[in-house]
Design a protein around this ligand. Structure first.
Ligand SMILES: Nc1ncnc2c1ncn2[C@@H]1O[C@H](COP(=O)(O)OP(=O)(O)OP(=O)(O)O)[C@@H](O)[C@H]1O
Ligand SMILES: [Mg+2]
Length: 955
């Protein structure tokens, strides 16, 4: 059974055409705009003879009464003409609006009928307020401006902006509110429901949001930040990311004294921008975050703190409007996308829903509900999920919908655990929590609006929730296996399977494997350390590599050797995978590790250890005190109430601390997982080497390749900066690793025992191919084989036969090795670091063949060849594809997948009808091209047919 949950938010518009700096100004304009608005406002009301409304479901009211508008085509024609009122609309344009690219042969006739029906309807109400004229090259709806709500909206907004520009905040707010109140829902909501998607509607929604921004601007300037928070929260949550709205919400929250909430809005926005568009927030939003962190006095309106309301605050406009939308060219296109994805669903039910006062008054219940929702939203987004819907006292959140993370199951558990904890402290609330993981069909609408999720996983989660007792949390088997190592479960009694505890992030269990290969990388690090020691000059080296490839292990081995030989002391700091509580955690880790502070130490012990070590480092009391003042809050040993100047000084103190340490003995500082680091830490790390004195210090940063997406020029053009790519192990090294793992588990001779028909050397080849030189993949495959080959073992890892794998005649059709789910998740997560278009190019390449080039991929995807060429090149740089030495007849580079699993996973995420269509397009392209490959043509024709048949019988 399939369950579907859908968003309440609108999916239109990505950004408004309006820019604050482009607003019309000047006296003449002001007078005209005000006059027009007044005319419109005065002459219209529900009681007027004829009123057309498009700001909501399409309506025609005559003398206040709704008039039936006829069939869908007639209503759509009227809707489209109203959006273009008093302008000639070409027939071809109308045909496209009504039927898109699939205009039936009778379309013109049908359009004529619709127009004729409209004329009859308008004439029958006989006021002459509106008529449809035949006007070359099509039709024109003549209607008075005062008869259409859209024209009134524009006129009133114009008036409001004029007031805003003159600093009349209160009247501007009132006027703009009036304009916004004309909206009864998304424009032409009834027609949108039937599937129309006109660009005019997007523009209209942008106009509404621009008006909302102006309204908020006026309210903020008038000191009414409390009043706008709720509306802003809804808009920021439901609309595609608009940086100006986010900035306004941050400012409003900050002025309400909710600094932490303001910062959490920033982090949520940043997560959305990065996951949906691969972009960091714009400069101004970043500046605002910094100003909030620094409690910049310019953000508040006076020393008395937040004020509920004030009649007039002379506030320079630039301060508030400093967050313009970025040009749309910066955004990659985001077509609606439906994919098969592994998703973790989290259900939270509170019971009983009592209010703080213990009553059931709906307003009190509503207030409690909002408080709980805000807790849920915060925790869910902290762990990278999305809050989807709430029904009564049940909330649904999903992980892996907008963007897949390899640890979505664990994230869902951590979020559920944190929510349960926080709800425990609410009076009268006991939460029941369930998490289920499974494959789902996910549709992400354009612009980042909330997704639709269909799949049995939701149903399973609901069933599971039914078995959970109040105050408990339970997860399904797949979730439990996927989160092993990070979560402790009750293993007996009535609570068996319940979540007991989650381990701190970096304490999760690790697998220890014999170390193989990496001599070259170790030699490079050794050389750099020698260099640092000899020249007594700091160096920064970044190790880049895909997840599980062995960055941390390499450093660990290097560290052990460096310490054992006494060549350097090593300290490690890690960026947390989730959450945003402490952007400088990595720096704090370094301080704590130097001072020997462990997580179990009391604050007093930790402070004592810090003081002792800092005193050792510095000779004069003043410097010691200065260092301690800044290092205590950094290490979380004191409330962080630093002012703006002190934050900069804290960095300075940390650098000084490093210098002093390195001056005493050569030092290696490791900063792990910079791809998840916050901007502050990235900026700090980027120029660390330049700001340190002449000391023997080697800073080693590790990062996944996504870092380059955020910082394309990371480390470029600097003298003492090196970037080292950690690539896959060779086939030999991979087999050595596999062999020792198989031997450790007594599996060497069992590989083919359950399948005597399979040739062992082929199985070995297959396994090496599957692992693709990734040590983590090797460990996960062997762990999976151990389950499958040793009967009676408790299942420790789920595995999959990925749907539709082996889509090409060039690979073996029946690979006997299944895929560990963990490996699938890692690859799916990597694919989701790509933009939608890049990912779709990769999926089209996966459909085409083992080797692909721009022309056929452009033919399948509908993109231009040049664009596809650029994307293929980028995908090569990111390590998804590798260029072969072959060229097409037109001289285009041919690419192959660097790892066959990337191809399999990319392909498996396509829904069946999409696969069928793409195979058919491949067949059509091969048929019409000069490429002679009968086998490939046959393959695509068959798969197109096959997949089409499967989808039509099952869908
Ligand atoms: N050269 C190697 N020989 C043996 N085992 C290795 C090697 N490299 C890595 N491993 C093992 O593979 C697993 C993953 O490695 P590691 O954690 O270092 O990956 P990573 O690149 O740091 O990944 P991430 O991006 O997730 O941090 C670990 O269990 C590690 O011990
Ligand atoms: Mg690592």
């Amino acid at each position: 059974m399939s369950t579907r949950t859908s968003s309440h938010g609108t999916s239109r518009n990505r950004r408004g055409p309006h820019r604050s700096g482009q607003r019309p100004g000047g006296h003449l304009r002001t007078t005209n705009a005000t006059a027009t608005a007044n005319r419109l406002i005065q002459s219209t009301s529900w009681g007027d003879p004829m009123q057309f409304n498009v700001l909501g479901p399409l309506e025609l009211r005559v003398a206040g009464e709704p008039v039936p508008l006829g069939g869908l085509k007639q209503r759509s024609t009227l809707g489209y003409l109203l959006l273009n009122a008093n302008k000639a609309v070409a027939t071809s344009q109308l045909l496209r609006a009504l039927w898109g690219d699939r205009t039936p042969p009778t379309a013109r006739k049908m359009l004529q009928n619709a127009v004729s029906g409209l004329r009859t309807m308008l004439a029958s109400h006989g006021t002459g307020d509106a008529e449809v004229l035949t006007h070359a090259p099509g039709y024109l709806l003549r209607v008075g401006d005062d008869r259409v709500d859209l024209s009134r909206f524009h006129a009133i907004v114009e008036e409001g902006r004029t007031e805003l520009a003159s600093g009349s905040w209160n009247s501007a707010a009132r006027t703009l509110r009036r304009a916004l109140e004309l909206w009864r829902g998304p424009a032409l909501a009834d027609l949108v429901e039937t599937g129309i998607d006109w660009p005019e509607l997007t523009a209209l929604q942008n106009s509404r949001l621009a008006a909302l921004e102006d309204y908020v601007e006026a309210e903020l300037a008038a000191g009414r930040h409390h009043e706008v928070v709720a509306e802003l929260e809804t808009a920021v949550e439901t609309e595609p990311p608009r940086e100006k709205l986010c900035g306004q919400l941050m400012l409003a929250l900050y002025r309400c004294g909710r600094q932490a909430d303001a910062l959490s809005v920033y982090r949520r926005t940043r997560t959305r921008l990065i996951s949906e568009f691969g972009l960091d927030p714009g400069h101004q939003l970043q500046q605002l975050e910094r100003a909030i962190l620094n409690q910049d006095p310019s953000l508040t309106r006076g020393p008395a703190g937040p004020v509920r309301s004030a009649p007039h605050v002379p506030r320079p406009r630039e301060e508030i409007t400093a967050l313009p939308a970025r040009p749309s060219a910066e955004r990659p296109p985001a077509p609606p996308i439906t994919e098969r994805k592994w998703v973790s669903a989290l259900l939270v039910q509170t019971e009983p829903t009592r209010t703080a006062s213990g009553g059931h008054d709906p307003e009190d219940v509503d207030q409690t509900f909002r408080q709980l929702t805000s807790i849920l939203r915060e925790e869910v987004s902290r762990f990278g999920g999305t809050l989807h819907s709430a029904f009564g006292a049940v909330w649904l959140a999903a992980f892996g919908v907008r963007r897949t993370y390899e640890d979505d199951a664990e994230r869902a558990i951590r979020a559920g655990f944190a929510i349960r904890r926080r709800l425990e402290s609410q009076p009268g609330v006991a939460a029941r929590v369930a998490v289920a993981t499974g494959e789902a069909l996910v549709t992400n609408p354009p612009g980042g609006a909330q997704a639709e999720v269909s799949g049995d996983v939701l149903e399973s989660c609901m069933r599971l929730l039914g078995s959970v007792r109040p105050g408990e949390m339970r997860v399904c088997d797949t979730t439990r296996l996927a989160s092993r190592g990070a979560v402790t479960y009750a293993d007996s009694g009535p609570s068996a399977g319940d979540v007991i505890a989650v381990r701190p992030e970096h304490e999760a269990a690790t697998i220890s494997l014999p170390f193989v290969a990496r001599e070259r990388e170790q030699a490079t690090l050794d050389r750099l350390l020698d260099d640092v020691r000899e020249r007594r000059s700091p160096q920064l080296v970044t190790l880049l590599g895909e997840p599980g490839i062995g960055k941390s292990r390499l450093i660990n081995e290097f560290r052990l050797a460096a310490e054992a030989s006494g060549r350097a002391r090593c300290l490690v700091g890690r960026t947390p995978r989730f959450g945003w509580n402490a952007p400088l955690t990595a720096l704090a880790d370094v301080v704590k590790s130097y001072c020997g502070i462990s997580p179990g130490d009391s604050t007093a012990t930790a402070v004592r250890k810090l003081s002792h070590h800092v005193q050792q480092l510095s000779d004069d009391a003043e410097t010691t005190e200065w260092l301690l003042t800044h290092l205590r809050p950094l290490a979380g040993l004191q409330d962080d109430s630093r002012g703006p100047d002190e934050v900069g000084e804290a960095f300075e103190a940390w650098r000084r601390f490093l210098e002093e340490m390195a001056a005493r003995e050569p030092l290696v500082v490791v900063l792990e997982d910079l791809q998840s680091a916050d901007e502050t830490l990235l900026n700090f790390a980027a120029d660390l080497d330049e700001r340190l004195g002449p000391v023997p210090l080697l800073v080693i940063a590790t990062a996944r390749p996504e870092l380059l997406r955020r910082r394309p020029s990371w480390g470029c053009g600097k003298r003492d900066v090196t970037t080292l790519t950690v690539g896959p192990l060779s086939r030999d090294a991979t087999w050595r690793l596999l062999e020792s793992l198989l031997a450790r588990h007594g599996l060497c001779h069992r590989l083919t025992s359950g399948a005597p028909h399979i040739d062992e050397s082929r199985l070995r080849r297959e396994l090496i191919d599957r692992v693709g030189g990734n040590p983590l993949f090797a460990a996960e495959h062997v762990r999976m084989l151990r389950n499958e080959l040793l009967p009676g073992r408790e299942l420790a890892i789920p595995s999959l036969a990925i749907s539709g794998a082996a889509p090409s005649p060039s690979t073996s059709p029946d690979c006997p090795v299944r895929l560990p789910q963990s490996v699938y998740n890692i690859i799916a997560a990597r694919l989701d670091t790509l933009s939608r278009t890049e990912k779709s190019v990769l999926q089209n390449a996966a459909v085409f063949d083992r080797v692909g080039w721009a022309e056929p991929i452009a033919a399948i995807s509908g993109l231009g060849r040049g664009e596809v060429t650029d994307h293929l090149h980028y995908l090569e740089q990111r390590g998804f594809l590798a260029r072969t030495r072959e060229r097409s007849r037109q001289g285009e580079v041919k690419y192959e997948f660097r790892h066959s699993l990337v191809r399999d996973v990319a392909y498996s995420q396509l829904p069946r009808p999409d696969r069928a269509e793409k195979h058919q397009r491949c067949a059509a392209w091969l048929d019409g091209s000069a490429t002679e490959n009968a086998e490939l043509l046959e393959h695509h024709s068959q798969r197109g047919e096959l997949t089409f048949r499967t989808s039509s019988t099952r869908d």
